[in-house]
Design a protein around this ligand. Sequence first.
Ligand code: ADP
Ligand code: MG
Length: 531
Amino acid sequence: MSAKEKFTSISPAEFFKRNPELAGFSNPARAMYQALRELVENALDATDVHEILPSIKVVIERTSQEKEIYRLTVEDNGIGIPPHVVPDAFGRVLYSSKYVLRQTRGMYGLGVKAAVLYSQMYQDKPIEITTAPVNSKRIYSFKLKIDVTKNEPIIYERGSVNNDTGYHGTSVSMYILGDWMRAKSRVYEYIKRTYIITPYAEFYFKDPEGNVTLYPRLTNKMPTPPKEVKPHPYGVDIELLKNMISRQKEDTTVKDFLVKEFQSVGEKTALSVIEMAGLDPEKKVQKLTDDQLSKLVDAMKNFPDFRPPSPEALSTIGADLIELGLKQTFNPEYVGAVTRRPKAYQGHPFIVEVGLAYGGDIQPSEEPTVLRYANKIPLIYDEKSDVVWKVVEEIDWKRYGIEDEQLPLVVMVHLCSTKVPYKSAGKESIADVEEIEKEIRNGIMEASRSLKTFMTEKRKEEEARKRLLTYLKYIPELARSLSIFVTDGKKELAPKVQEEIQNKMIDLVVTKLNIKDKDLELFKSYRVETL
Ligand code: ADP
Ligand code: MG
């Protein structure tokens, strides 16, 4: 017989401190990448979601020679953070402004806190935050850590200074144990891929070796920002309903509750749903029994006539910005993109976007380069376990006219949703949700059709070119015959005339048919010996 079990409870902070790999902090290299990501994603959420063109500065410096400790700083020009919430935003795990139905990069209220927890495990300096909300007369600064047992911020320093310049934004610095040599390529890849999907942002990046890279803003055009929406009835469950009801006034009826709190529900629809549940529409919603609640949820989930979830909460990039990003980064021969129509899974709206780039400077390889994105976040790790990979792997590119042994092909897939079904809190891969998988497949097929048209045209042009070049082979012969004819027996003049005719014809053909580069060299090699 074993001894008695001992039961205790731990705080969410303690939980993530014990299991940092769940949030992506599994080793110093990965942690460096993950911490940077969390800061950059918060910076972007504070800008483009609020219609501010993002200017983001990222600096990594090595601060200790004995240990590989780095100071990470990310600065943005976003909406800033009200000073009274700063301590909780950075010091309380599962505290967020993003627990609403609107597409954002963050959604768990965990990211930056997971980074802080990791940071304080291997060195002793607190995290530093400087921030000014829009129109704030002062700029606030904080130094804090997390009390892991209590899941609370511990403030080490706070202060404020006058804000004379109208500055708004946030700068966050933290010290972490890292491994730059191992993290380097992923960090650069992360920034590059973020830049592809946010060509309206500018980035400054200084790495710990002192290299500075500037990523200039490519356009001032920003996607329409997402709007906050009410929940869709298909997305409810009993617990969510209870939670919503607890916030209602005492005299709110079941009917009013449905109409007021959910999207796609008007009076008539509400009455039909309530009838389906066998309830009284005028009953006070707070008086519903558990059994009645369960019937209401069933009716909401099975009611056949709701409009699909509103895509207003989503913010796609749009085909033109995707093409711009791909063009700038890969300099391809072909680029094309599609934004699909909104769809839904389990009451959550989603939209798939697909971009394809082919040829040009793209490095050919056995498999296409796959760029995965979810809510404008590039996903870099765990590629093979992602539903996107599963779909791409099944595509037969030959069907779309791509015959190359090695594919010079980039496939970009962007999933936008108010709820991205990530496989873990580290947000690196998307789970196989049937509706999403199908839509990704349809998206790739739609985008590939334009690529196919391009490939067919390209093949036709190539064949026409080859034919043309064959005909052009006869020019020198023709020039020789003509020269004999024109010089009429004066043999000594013939070579000169032949040369002249040949040059003139070549010039004419080259300019008229716009023959260039390799073709031109080939063409010129057709010259035959003069007589
Ligand atoms: P999440 O991003 O999932 O909400 P985080 O722990 O990363 O969770 O951030 C917590 C909250 O702190 C955010 O919801 C946001 O309100 C605020 N925040 C963090 N960084 C910034 C920033 N750079 N600008 C504005 N607000 C920020
Ligand atoms: Mg975040």
